[in-house]
Design a protein around this ligand. Structure first.
Ligand code: BG6
Length: 491
């Protein structure tokens, strides 16, 4: 068990304290850090939202949320009670001109690290930060945490970045992308830069193509109001998936220093080949789920989940083919896809190596598969390297693919902390390595925006796909046109 280093006492104010993210992710993450001794007694979590609640009301809500969202075996009643004692609540309409910001005086301590977590809609980021600044709540030891997506296009992202920047410096600003806090995502850095065997093969000479899939079985889960304005491109691809692509494609940073890592990711984002409007139809596929079944259970379609009668042109699925214009990656396609109501929840990165230039083995002796490295981010975190090996036994030589498999969970035999646990503690420690710098956010929007514009300019809607399928058939055609196959479609 690694040694847990307690961090000094801190105050953390969560705006949007009665919302889904706070109850489902932030409070459970903070509870785990408290239970494991990392969050010191005396630290305060201050919920802030419009609802007129007392400290006790908020504590009761938090306890209910922990009962729902913390694994039963991890619910230690003494720890839950003690944790709840560190929760406080401030009822405030943060955008109202007459809001009483002195209410925070009761629950904040000047000499402490102070984290403002904005679990709100992005259009409130600027106004809330300005109000915090104007009311003298931002100290040298303060940081602000912003949830993705930062804005809904490049212009709105820049406005948020500028408005927040008037109050918090870049080093005080933590733009969270929770995929960067996932254990296996960090393992990508270890895999690539702590081993010699892969880095030399990590080039267009050896790699045929890369696939990144993030599939979800869930639908809108009551978040329709937000999701219908975002869609899969803004919700998942602009941030989580492009960050994964960066970690796979970036050059080795000169050190682990936050800015040196982010410089390398930025280079990848800037090297993405922009899509011309006339290329978008051929290089992207957007879909929207219709009624179907997942795990044998019938599930409603997108519009029913949304409760809308009129059609919506929001995509719940996107697949696309990206190109990175660098010496390392020229000619290697990166196929990305993500969607809701797909048959299974999982995230994986597939690196497919080139086939041998010719074979000394007669074709009938082998069920040929190119070498493939599959990095599973969730569930069952691990890696598998598929290789050709000889079938055991006497007689003729026959070959078939076999996998070298590592399951991280089996190897390490312990619970992997949720991404939010690590990221929240990183904000307290002031370590920005796993957070997006403003120029990364802008570069990602710069690449994504022409695609969104080309979609908006077309009269057609996203292609329907039945819930429980792998998206529209056009997504299969997108890769098969190039003579390749999505990973799980390999029989
Ligand atoms: C969030 C998206 O950022 O990531 C959600 O807003 C999505 O729509 C979620 O469901 C997926 O995260 P995870 O960790 O469950 O893969």
């Amino acid at each position: 068990m690694p040694k847990i280093i307690p961090v000094a006492v801190f105050d953390c104010v969560v705006f949007g304290a009665t919302g889904d993210l706070t109850l489902r992710k932030l409070l459970p993450a903070l509870y785990y850090r408290f239970r494991d001794g990392q969050m010191q007694a005396g630290s305060r979590i201050v919920g802030a939202a419009r609802s007129r609640l007392t400290d006790d009301d908020f504590r009761a809500r938090a306890i209910r949320a922990l009962e729902q969202h913390v694994a039963a075996g991890d619910q230690d009643q003494d720890a839950i009670r003690a944790f709840a004692g560190q929760l406080h609540y401030v009822a405030i309409d943060a955008t109202a001109p007459d809001a009483d910001w002195t209410l925070f005086d009761r629950v904040l301590d000047k000499g402490r690290v102070r984290v403002f977590y904005l679990a709100t809609s992005p259009d409130l980021y600027g106004p809330v930060c300005q109000a915090l600044g104007a009311n003298g709540l931002v100290t040298d030891l303060s940081r602000v945490v912003l949830e993705k997506p930062i804005g809904h296009d490049l212009a709105s992202a820049r406005t948020i970045i500028d408005d927040v920047g008037k109050v918090f410096t870049e080093s005080q600003t933590f733009r969270i992308d929770h995929y960067l806090g996932k254990e296996t995502v960090q393992n990508l850095m270890a895999l690539r830069f702590a081993n010699t065997i892969f880095e030399r093969l990590w080039t267009a000479d050896v790699i045929d193509h890369v696939q990144i899939t993030v599939s979800e079985t869930v639908g809108l889960e009551g978040r329709g109001g937000y999701y219908d304005k975002s869609g899969a491109m803004r919700d998942m691809l602009q941030n989580h998936m492009l960050q994964l692509l960066c970690l796979i494609a970036m050059d080795p940073p000169v050190s682990l220093d936050a800015d040196r890592v982010r410089d390398e990711k930025l280079k990848v984002l800037r090297a993405l080949k922009p899509m011309e409007p006339h290329e978008v139809a051929a290089l992207t596929v957007r879909g929207q789920y219709t009624r179907g079944a997942i795990d044998g259970k019938p599930v409603p379609g997108y519009l029913e989940d949304l409760g809308a009668e009129d059609p919506s042109s929001t995509e719940s699925f996107v697949a696309l083919k990206a190109e990175i214009r660098t010496w390392r990656w020229a000619g290697v396609p990166f196929y990305l896809r993500t969607g809701k109501r797909l048959p299974a929840k999982g995230s994986e990165i597939v690196i497919q190596f080139r086939s041998p230039p010719f074979s000394i083995f007669p074709p009938e002796t082998a069920d040929w598969r190119p070498n493939t490295l599959i990095i599973r981010l969730q569930p069952e975190e691990g890696m598998r390297l598929e290789m050709m090996t000889k079938d055991p036994g006497p007689g003729g030589l026959r070959l078939s693919p076999t996998g070298l498999d590592i399951s991280f969970e089996k190897t390490f035999g312990k619970r992997f902390p949720d991404a939010y646990e690590r990221l929240l503690m990183d904000t307290v420690r002031g370590n920005p390595t796993l957070f997006m710098r403003h120029d990364e956010v802008e570069a990602a929007w710069t690449w994504v925006e022409p695609i969104l514009e080309a979609w908006a300019a077309r009269p057609d809607h996203p292609r329907p796909y039945p819930a429980g399928s792998w998206g529209p058939t056009a997504a299969i055609a997108l890769i098969e046109r190039d003579g390749r196959t999505w990973h799980e479609e390999v029989p």
